[in-house]
Each structure stands twice: as structure tokens, then as C-alpha cells.
Design a protein around this ligand. Structure first.
Ligand code: FAD
Ligand code: NAP
Length: 310
């Protein structure tokens, strides 16, 4: 066990965690930021971002690097670690990762969300063999090939546009007639000659051909008719689930597993704050994640000052 006590431990280096780190480090705190992946979070799974103030267009990779470099110029300590639990020992919070134990006066949870699975036959078996949750990571394998994208939100439609840059054909499979994505994105998708639609349809099975994905079976939800759609790749964008399972015995969650916070980003445990997509809230965006991160840090700073005065 490392005996050092950090002022603040931040779990997750997405936009929420990195912004918290910047605010806390600028206030002179000794900050440790942990992540089980590369810094950037869901931004790394995004090709282009067009709605982060000040950047008409920036790749997810570049924005991740800029935010991370900003934390590093301020001296934030960054360590790999897959956090398994937090123990509340009153004034000290003990954070257990898969490899180490860290102590801090306060903690900010910014663990975000993970991509949801469809839960249909063939999905797990063909993951990495045609079935993917990340067009930016895997799209290039499908140059001049036919792919399907499942979902009707911003992720599904934006990533379809990205895939249409180099795939032969992109078919969006959505369970309803209308999309929930932003109108501007819907219009771009509808104008793209490479993008087609299977609406009011759900995927019921991913089918294997030569040990890889060869087709998907889709069912029309209005007629119950099933058909096979040949494809080389399938990208699943059917929403996100919060990463909170390891905190559920300590932190109050809502029915969907999101962390309940007040307007100071405080959780039910004194000295433990939460920020970003992991929180129960209305709008999950990079901008709102950074905003939560700033508010969480500001209130963590005040909390740490009172602890140090005692
Ligand atoms: P995340 O970005 O999810 O970061 C959480 C971090 O926590 C991750 O790095 C993860 O590895 C880490 N973590 C999780 N569990 C643990 C653990 N146990 N231990 C240690 N570390 C852990 N928003 C926009 O504003 N514009 C866009 O164009 C846009 N495009 C998007 C495209 C896609 C495909 C997706 C899925 C989302 C998109 N979003 C976009 C939404 C945006 O990415 C999120 O709202 C934002 O990244 C949330 O930030 P966050 O810091 O709360 O969480
Ligand atoms: P989302 O907005 O929750 O959309 C998920 C889509 O998948 C919905 O269209 C939903 O259908 C469909 N779906 C859900 N479960 C399904 C199932 N079991 N079978 C078939 N379809 C299913 O998720 P998202 O698009 O990943 O976005 C996640 C968050 O990130 C959102 O808050 C979004 O605003 C944000 N984001 C923002 C941007 C941006 O700002 N440019 C880009 C990407 C993501 P229904 O519509 O019928 O519910």
C-alpha cells in the first residue's frame, strides 16, 4: 500500500475527470487521476466533434490529447488503474484498483458510460470478427465493404456518416420510423447516397460465415417478417450504461444505475463527488461533462480546505 495521501483522487480521465483535474491542480491541490484506458474516454471513440465551443471541428483524438496535455502542464499525476472499489474511512477515502491502493481526502467519480450490447445471438461470438462498437477504431477494416449500423441516436447517425466516407454501403437499422439524433445530422444522413435504411426493424441475430460476420437477421417490428441482410461489418450504437457497479454499495444510484448528485456534484457520501456522463442528468455531452467536472472540483476544493483546517 502506498502511504501517500493525495488531496484529490479522480477516477476516470474523460472530459469530466480531466477538467476536474485542471481546476483542482490550478487551486494547488495534489491530484491523482486514474484510468483503466487511455485518457480521453468516449472522445477517443468519436471521429469528429462539431459542438464543443470554440472548435468548429476537431477530432476526438486531438481534443483528448489537448485536454490531457493541459492536465500534465499543471502537474496532475496520472496512473493506470482499473478501480474496483472506494472505501469511506471518514476523512480518508481509500481507492482500490486492480493493482494498487490509493488514499485521498476527496474523490471525484468520472467513470462515464460503456456501450450497451443488444443481447442477441451471435453478438458476443462475433465481437471483433465483424461486430464492433467503435467505427473510429474498426471502421478502416471495412473499406469498400458493406456495413450495417444499429441505432437511431446521434452516435449511430454520426458514425454512419464517418463510415460512408470509405465503406461501399452503410445501412442504418433502427427500431422506429423516426430518429432521435440532432436534425442537422439526420439531414446529412438522408442526403448521403451511400446510406440506406431499414426502419421499424430490429436485429435478431448476427450470422457467421467463414468464422466472421456474414449477415444480420432483421425483423420488421410492424409485420414480424424476418429477412437476412448480407454485411461484412455491424456497428452497434444502441445507447450507453453507466459504469457504477463497483460503487453501488456506497453511492446512491438511480434505477438506471446513474449516480444521484446535487447541484454541487455531491453524492450521498461526504467528500465523494461525481461528474459527467456517470451522473443522473438530462444532457450527456463533452461540454456538460467538462462543466460538471469544474463544479465537482470547485466543491471538492472547498471540502478539502475544511478537512485540512480540522
Ligand atoms: P467518458 O468520456 O466516458 O470517460 C470516462 C473515463 O472513465 C474513461 O476513460 C474510462 O476508461 C474511465 N473509467 C471507467 N471505469 C473506470 C474504472 N473502473 N477505473 C478507472 N477508470 C475508469 N459528445 C459531444 O459533445 N459531441 C460529440 O460529437 C459526441 N460524439 C460522441 C460519439 C460517440 C460514438 C459517443 C459514444 C459519445 C459521443 N459524445 C459526444 C458524448 C461524449 O463523448 C460524452 O458525453 C463524454 O465523453 C462524457 O465524458 P465523461 O468524462 O463523463 O465520461
Ligand atoms: P441514445 O441517444 O440513447 O440512442 C440510442 C439509440 O439506440 C436510440 O435510437 C434507441 O432507439 C436505440 N436503441 C436502444 N436500445 C435498443 C435496442 N435494444 N434495440 C434497438 N435499438 C435500440 O445513445 P447514443 O446515440 O449512443 O448517445 C449517447 C449519448 O451521447 C447521448 O446523450 C447523446 O446526446 C450523446 N452524443 C452526442 C453527440 C453529439 O453531441 N454530437 C454524438 C453522439 C452521442 P429509440 O430512439 O427508439 O429509443
Amino acid at each position: 500500500m502506498n502511504n501517500q495521501i493525495y488531496d484529490l483522487i479522480i477516477i476516470g480521465a474523460g472530459p469530466a475527470g480531466m477538467t476536474s483535474a485542471i481546476y483542482a491542480a490550478r487551486a494547488g491541490l495534489n491530484v491523482l487521476m486514474l484510468d483503466r484506458g487511455a485518457p480521453g474516454g468516449q472522445m477517443l471513440n468519436t471521429y469528429e466533434i462539431e459542438n464543443y465551443t470554440g472548435f468548429e471541428k476537431i477530432t476526438g483524438q486531438e481534443l483528448s490529447e489537448r485536454m490531457f496535455n493541459h492536465t500534465q502542464t499543471l502537474g496532475v499525476k496520472y496512473r493506470y488503474g482499473d478501480v474496483q472499489s472506494i472505501k469511506d474511512e471518514d476523512k480518508i477515502k481509500v481507492v482500490q484498483t486492480d493493482e494498487a491502493v490509493y488514499k485521498g481526502l476527496a474523490v471525484i467519480i468520472a467513470t462515464g458510460t460503456v456501450n450497451r450490447r443488444l443481447g442477441v445471438p451471435g453478438e458476443d461470438e462475433l465481437a471483433g470478427r465483424g461486430v464492433s462498437w467503435c467505427a473510429v477504431c474498426d471502421g478502416a477494416f471495412f473499406r469498400d465493404r458493406d456495413v450495417v449500423v444499429i441505432g437511431g441516436g446521434n452516435s449511430a447517425l454520426e458514425e454512419s456518416l464517418y463510415l460512408a466516407n470509405f465503406c461501399r454501403k452503410v445501412t442504418i437499422i433502427h427500431r422506429r420510423q423516426s430518429f432521435r439524433a440532432d436534425l442537422i445530422v439526420q439531414e446529412r444522413v438522408k442526403k448521403n447516397p451511400k446510406i440506406g435504411f431499414e426502419l421499424n426493424a430490429v436485429v435478431t441475430r448476427f450470422n457467421k460465415v467463414n468464422n466472421r460476420l456474414g449477415s444480420v437477421t432483421v425483423k420488421n417490428v410492424l409485420t414480424d417478417e424476418e429477412k437476412e441482410l448480407p454485411c461484412d461489418g455491424a456497428f452497434i450504437y444502441v445507447g450507453q450504461d453507466p459504469v457504477t457497479d463497483m460503487f453501488k454499495d456506497l453511492i446512491q444510484l438511480n434505477e438506471q444505475g446513474y449516480i444521484i448528485v446535487n447541484d454541487k456534484q455531491e453524492t450521498n457520501v461526504k467528500g465523494i463527488f461525481a461528474a459527467g456522463d456517470v451522473c443522473a442528468k438530462e444532457l450527456r455531452q463533452i461540454l456538460t461533462a467538462t462543466s460538471d467536472g469544474a463544479i465537482a472540483a470547485q466543491n471538492a476544493i472547498k471540502y478539502i480546505e475544511t478537512i485540512k483546517e480540522q
